[in-house]
Design a protein around this ligand. Sequence first.
Ligand SMILES: CC1=[NH+][C@H]2[C@@H](O1)O[C@H](CO)[C@@H](O)[C@@H]2O
Length: 495
Amino acid sequence: NEKTRLEDVVPVPAETKSTDTGYTITENTVINIRDEVAAGIAELLAGLLRPATGYELPIINGSTRGSSSGISLRLDGAPSDVGEQGYRMQVNPSGVKIRANKSAGLFAGVQTLRQLLPPAIESETEQSVEWTVSGGHIRDYPRFDYRGAHLDVARHFFGVDAVKQYVDYLAQYKVNYLHLHLTDDQGWRIEIDRWPNLTDEGADSEVGGTAGGYYTKEEYIELVEYAQDRFITVIPEIDMPGHTGAALESYAELNCDGEKRPEDTGVNVGDTSLCVDKEVTYEFVNDVIKEVAEMTPGPYLHVGGDEAHILSDEEYNTFMDRVIPMVLEHGKQPIGWHQVLGANPPTKTITQYWYPGRDAPEVAAAAKEGHEIISSPASRAYLDMNYNDQDGVGQDWAGNTSVKDSYSWDPGTFVDGVNESSIKGPETALWTEFVETVDDIEYMIFPRLPAIAELGWSPKKKTTWIEFRQRLAAQGPRWDIQEINYYQSSQVPWP
Ligand SMILES: CC1=[NH+][C@H]2[C@@H](O1)O[C@H](CO)[C@@H](O)[C@@H]2O
């Protein structure tokens, strides 16, 4: 099996220069670090390499000059222009050197090294393979600081292990934000002490009427920490005022008519809202935001704001005008689906654009006022859209989205009138009305999530479909060994 070339990595690195002498990992290879903070990353690297190689790969904290042969991860010696997420890698017969300014950059370099090893490295059992890494130099850094992936755990609930698996997939492709859609009409998935019925009653089902579930605070914090160890920041979404059926089912007082809403196991959208005129609504919202903010170390809290169709603009604005300040008071920066702009929120509010089209004057105007935009157009980044009329377990309201479609756009310029400086980055969305299992998740996000991860990380000039499809094809054997249930699109020349 020929060696992976430096330019075969996904996302394609910013700058690569190949030489003809690489490095082979052997039983004598050590992992060198000099900064204690790199120890966690070294352990993750060793955990990736030990099973398939069968080598000990000891981690040496060589604070002295120590033997630099082997793999060395260091937080000095990186060029400042690779920023906080980038890294420099050198591979020659004496070893692999990964240099970064911050730990996140070392972790990115580790993901690249992983891909430069033969696909067999993904095996959980010892393989007799020559573990050779192509020689050369890489300087790599992201185009966008923000590369997100959303997961709807409300329509169908996915437990801690499934979400950790999702985090592992994101980490492989340098995605660094996980947006968890925690609440909707069909389920409330996060425990709130002050409002226990949200999970006692509002979490016991899901679309189709199966069991549902929720995260205790401890489980949520376990997920946040697991993601953070992989340099992925969790963004919790409490969708409101619409998409609140599970809360309305749990507490009669949250309904304008004082009646609990019946359990919703369907897939309608837009027919629910918290009661804008009641004070108890704002006590509820403040309690929820406070508790979610307290268990979320990341800087962002998503308030949803989409599809509150049963409210007038004035009612919607009244609600958002009171709720956005609560997010700021509890120390978080608010994010909302782009409908939130209707309430003219403070410019600190980040706007997540999701409509399929490119013409969105209100978003262009908001960008000019200083809002940052996360780009999630439903015609490119909604991974619940089917690939074509035959293939997919999702839906197609925004049209089918082939692998090529998911790659053939530029997050920096998709929305007319918004220039790249206002774009935080791309975010894929996986809504789960019809996505029920981890196999379903894998089928819908592979290969399209790596495609959009590349658009978020790699230089625009390097993101050409004709070259990407080759890189994507080379990922296939790695996914086979990881037993990932990916969609074998006929657009990709799989080996
Ligand atoms: C932001 C947004 N609101 C709707 C819309 O996206 O489409 C999704 C399905 O694709 C659906 O699940 C969601 O509730």
